[in-house]
Design a protein around this ligand. Structure first.
Ligand SMILES: NC(=O)c1ccc[n+]([C@@H]2O[C@H](COP(=O)([O-])OP(=O)(O)OC[C@H]3O[C@@H](n4cnc5c(N)ncnc54)[C@H](O)[C@@H]3O)[C@@H](O)[C@H]2O)c1
Length: 355
């Protein structure tokens, strides 16, 4: 996989205790990388990173702490950095706009500034979001060339993180250190317990035998299993480590066209696997949330030969099964699901899986 580029590679992952960072660390570990994680403490209980018991280097600190960042980088000497640490929730960003802007913008600045002074760093992938685009509520997918923007503090902070990255790429980095940004859709999968997200809300309500409150059943999002964008981030990292400077730019890694689904569709599909009780509630008009959001991933399809691996049903069934096994048997299916995912990618002849 990934041309064996990650074997014995020193990889620094910010946000490794979070949902996506923990899956990324599991995957990197399974392909032989030496990992150092850098995050605040565990963001949820239960927590996927804790359940995985990965035995990697783990630094508990804030990305706003420049001294600690510098010390960690100089000691570990990473060759590639995946930056995922962020305040990632739209609704929390309305309650804590200053912290959201600080973490997501100045945090990015601190990471890029630290990388500048660390000779070993050859590649950086900054994980932003589908929400970084100026949302026009239209039916078409956003392309990498569309303007960034953001109605709410979270979206605006991710748009700024994109702009900061472009400025650092243009102003300070030569071809020795290549930087890309990655924008994915709404990810689901086992091991997420964050607040105000559809699947965690459902499984938490279910485990307490309560109704899950649904605000906007008709809202559509680019839903995808967490392993899908991670395969894109890792493939992009491979290209940058191979010194391919044409890839040092922004990339969308969203679902196939058929993956832009309504909340109601996700609920009904999950109901086939889990018994769920639903209560519809009113939307708070003061907290604007996008209704339609879609990514155009033609660039990743044609230039990286990157494509989603699982279809909608596989995305839902793997997610449902993960939580079922966790709540009923206390077993963690992450490693076996990663194996299923990579085998299916090989069957589909995806470049990252077969070379
Ligand atoms: N989950 C999604 O659907 C989704 C979609 C698009 C983009 N993203 C982006 O992917 C990244 C990871 O998201 P996630 O869903 O895993 O979030 P998460 O909340 O599960 O994890 C966030 C991680 O960041 C760390 N963190 C937060 N503030 C920090 C700080 N000041 N200093 C150091 N560490 C800090 C947390 O400790 C945690 O490890 C984020 O950048 C997010 O914006 C997520």
């Amino acid at each position: 996989m990934f041309n064996d580029i990650y074997l014995n590679k020193k990889v620094l992952v910010t946000g490794h205790t979070g949902f996506k960072g923990s899956w990324l660390s599991l995957w990197l570990k399974s392909i032989g990388a030496e990992i150092c994680g850098y995050s605040l403490g565990l963001p949820t209980r239960p927590n996927h990173y804790e359940l995985l018991k990965l035995n990697i280097k783990s630094v508990t600190a804030d990305i706003l702490n420049k001294e600690k960042l510098k010390k960690t980088f100089l000691k570990f000497q990473p060759e590639i950095v995946f930056h995922l640490a962020a305040q990632p929730l739209v609704r929390r960003s309305y309650l804590e706009p200053v912290d959201t802007f600080m973490t997501n913008i100045m945090g990015t600045v601190n990471i890029l500034e630290t990388c500048r002074s660390c000779e070993s760093v050859q590649a950086i992938i900054n994980i932003t979001s589908d929400k970084c685009y100026e949302n026009k509520e239209w039916i078409w997918g956003y392309r990498e060339s569309d303007p960034v923007g953001g109605h709410d503090p979270y979206s605006a902070s991710k748009a700024c993180s994109e702009i900061v990255t472009t400025a650092y790429r243009n102003s300070f980095y030569d071809n020795k250190t290549l930087i890309a940004t990655a924008r994915s859709g709404n990810v689901i999968g086992g091991g997420d317990w964050a607040e105000d997200r559809l699947i965690p809300d459902i499984v938490k309500a279910r485990s307490n035998n309560k109704h899950v409150e649904i605000r906007n059943p008709q809202a559509t999002r680019p839903w995808q299993h967490v392993l899908e964008p991670l395969s894109g981030y890792l493939q992009l990292g491979q290209k940058l480590l191979e010194k391919n400077k044409d890839f040092a730019e922004a990339w969308n890694f969203g679902p196939a066209d058929t993956g832009n689904l309504s909340v109601e569709y996700i609920l009904n599909s999950l109901k086939k696997h889990l018994d769920i009780k639903v209560k519809f509630t009113k939307i708070n008009p003061d907290l604007h949330e996008a209704n339609h959001l879609k990514l155009d991933c033609s660039k990743a399809h044609s230039k990286l030969n990157w494509k989603p691996v699982w279809n909608n049903e596989e995305m839902i069934s793997h997610t449902a099964l993960w939580y079922k096994q966790y709540y009923e048997k206390k077993s963690v299916l992450s490693t076996s699901q990663l194996e299923d995912f990579t085998s299916k990618a090989k069957e589909k002849n995806l470049e990252w899986a077969i070379k």
